[in-house]
Design a protein around this ligand. Structure first.
Ligand SMILES: *[C@@H]1O[C@H](CO)[C@@H](O)[C@H](O)[C@H]1NC(C)=O
Ligand SMILES: *[C@@H]1O[C@H](CO)[C@@H](O)[C@H](O)[C@H]1NC(C)=O
Ligand SMILES: *[C@@H]1O[C@H](CO)[C@@H](O)[C@H](O)[C@H]1NC(C)=O
Length: 372
């Protein structure tokens, strides 16, 4: 099963086999304990470094160069700073997506992604704030033809040219590279909306974001309470404001990967989201409703409200492309209706179709003990 650069959608099945942590044998319990203890030390270490290195630990104003130097063990490329600056909104916010060759091919995901901005209501203007992070040269070459702000993520020793198969070491590496990268964007003082490219933008999401959250994230399944940490987040869409708290949080998240090897960023997020250090840091996490930020797992039910739709709960690039095209067509039909009819409309999406089939099939396979 081919899976290109995307986040951990629930592509590995609603049952999240990778999440289960252990089957209850004493061996597993021991492993679990070790992991817990390791996670604890990772958290403390990051917290300690954080406090030690910042002059104003719980206040915001200055993020000192010293602090940045200590934390960014990657050197920030001046080219990145220029691209971010050029694409930035007045309040230092950018929209970021990542792209590899498979998704950048003509007629594939990237074309549909850009098309959604043109067809969405008042979303076209947001394109001038979109920064596309390419993971290989071919994706970069295609990006610069279509878009002004492309940035090639130099990854020493990495080679993401080939499609990364879902949950292989390459795939995991790519996902973690992204968390690290987003952490450095925060360190540069930029707020961001991160969006997977298989998310269609139909309305300006800034109108629906919470005003008071540090870190807000879309969900595969939303339980109605935006504060409830039991929601099932999807790392494919996040809105994060740059602050000491969020910089710390991305460090903590990234560092936790060693405590949970073989898990992708989203599963690790589920592991650490209730960590008491987050409460100590007073990081405000909120979950976005699928009513506005829907997906194939749980589609937005109201065309008059929907902001974005994600091709999650879908296995396979070709299936995503087919169903995203259906979404765009449904949206086009909706937009063509007279306003009065729009209001009265009880309309529902015709997708997911092939995505649903692909997903059911993969869940069936997983019940038989096999992963994708
Ligand atoms: C950024 O903007 C400057 C000034 O408008 C321009 O000269 C430069 O080419 C732009 N660079 C990128 C990477 O967008
Ligand atoms: C599009 O946006 C404009 C301006 O916010 C608003 O007046 C209009 O109702 C919107 N149309 C739809 C279909 O959402
Ligand atoms: C990356 O992998 C592709 C395909 O295997 C290969 O053609 C290319 O030369 C590699 N690039 C680098 C920089 O190693």
């Amino acid at each position: 099963m081919k899976e290109p650069a995307t986040t951990g959608d629930v592509e590995n099945g609603g049952s999240k086999p990778l999440n289960s942590g252990g089957s209850g044998s004493s061996n597993h319990l021991l492993v679990k304990r070790v992991i817990k203890v390791t996670a604890f030390f990772v958290g403390i270490t990051v917290l300690w470094m954080f406090l030690y290195n910042s002059a104003t630990p719980f206040g915001f104003p200055s993020i000192s160069q010293h602090f940045i130097g200590v934390f960014a063990n990657e050197i920030i490329d001046p080219k990145l700073e220029i691209v971010l600056k050029n694409a930035s909104m007045v309040d230092k916010t950018v929209i970021i997506t990542t792209l590899n060759d498979a998704w950048a091919e003509p007629g594939s995901i990237f074309d549909l992604f850009l098309e959604s901005f043109h067809k969405g209501n008042e979303t076209e203007k947001l394109l001038k704030h979109l920064v596309v992070i390419t993971l290989d040269q071919k994706a970069y070459a295609r990006c610069i033809v279509l878009h002004p702000y492309c940035y090639q993520l130099e990854t020493k020793g990495d080679n993401f040219t080939n499609e990364a198969f879902f949950m292989t070491p390459d795939y995991l590496h790519m996902m973690w590279r992204r968390i690290k990268f987003l952490g450095s964007v925060l360190q540069l003082g930029y707020n961001f909306v991160f969006t997977d490219a298989d998310i269609m933008w139909f309305r300006d999401p800034f109108k629906e974001f919470y005003k008071d959250a540090d870190f807000q994230i879309a969900c595969d399944f939303f339980n109605g309470n935006s504060y409830d940490l039991n929601n099932m987040p999807n790392g494919g869409f996040t809105y994060v404001k740059s602050s000491m708290k969020t910089i710390w949080f991305y460090r903590f998240w990234y560092a936790s990967k060693d405590a949970y090897p073989k898990m992708h960023d989203q599963d690790v997020l589920n592991k650490i989201k209730k960590n008491y250090l987050i409460a100590i840091m007073k990081l405000k996490i909120r979950f976005l409703s699928t009513e506005y930020f829907g997906g194939f797992c749980e589609p937005s039910k109201d065309f008059n409200k929907v902001s974005t739709m994600h091709a999650n709960c879908c296995v396979g690039l070709d299936n995503k492309v087919i169903d995203l095209k259906i979404l765009l067509e449904d949206w086009r039909k909706y937009m063509a209706l007279p306003d009065k009819e729009k209001q009265q409309l009880k309309f529902s999406w015709r997708a997911p179709q092939t995505c649903r089939t692909s997903f059911e099939r993969s869940k069936g396979r997983m019940k038989n003990g096999r992963r994708l």
